[in-house]
Write a protein that binds this ligand. Sequence first.
Ligand code: MN
Length: 300
Amino acid sequence: MNRPISGSQTWNGLHNPELEPFEADVTVLGLPFDEAASYRRGAAAAPDRIREISVHVPPTTEEGCSLEHLRVLDLGNLSPEGMNQVDYFKMVEQKAAELFRVTFPTFLGGDHSVTIPLLNAAAGIWGDELGIIHLDAHLDLCAELDGNLLSHGCTHRRILEKNNLPLGQVYFIGIRSFETQELQFLENQQANIYTAAHICREGIAPTAQEVCRGLEKHKAVYLTLDIDFLDPSAAPGTGTPKPGGFSSRDLLLFLRYFAELPLIGLDVVEVSPPLDHSDITSFAAQRAITETWGQLFNCR
Ligand SMILES: [Mn+2]
């Protein structure tokens, strides 16, 4: 475990290294792991890049609410160095389990496989009271990808299996890519899949409201944001971009609705700074985080 970030300019100047996690409204933990990406890597560099950008952003939301009262603790990165994926994920799960309930953890990936231990930790606490929002171009429901059971394309398959959760607990939003094996898995199953094409036809607000109604019965909702939910024009710095996606404006609108739910944690994954242009993708990720905090702790 790296030491907590010392510079207090991080996170819009809000990071306070003196806090304990239970004293913080929000904690940040970087998971610089991209060994399970199926195509192009670089997501391991995202936590540090997003932090660097956060130094230059004021502690206010896009509609002028101040976040200066927000207590933020950045715990630094949980480094995977010298560990295999299984052992690293054990460590991540343990750390995440410590943070849930006492604070609002914001995890920075890493590729999307890091969500496996995060959601295992959440499911260990909330079981089937847990609802999951998955904003992504991809379903991540593969049984395996390239021989790796812990691939970033298998995230929800592993979580559902391990925790014996029904597929209906996950809301898949922004989908515009299906692997053949995922179609087979979905046969004769009820799944909450909102494709990008469907959202484009029906509108963001009606879709978000429907998702919120569907999640009403859940006491705890976890939100995982794969930045490739955005269109490649809005987020070019990602390993498996998929055209036909959303603008950063669309994303912020979705987040505004989802912040009305009892969110217990958030991750932002698949930002790949080496593949980015002018940090567009890291800026989008940073904005999504600040606005979600604003909605949760200030402007509800
Ligand atoms: Mn994806």
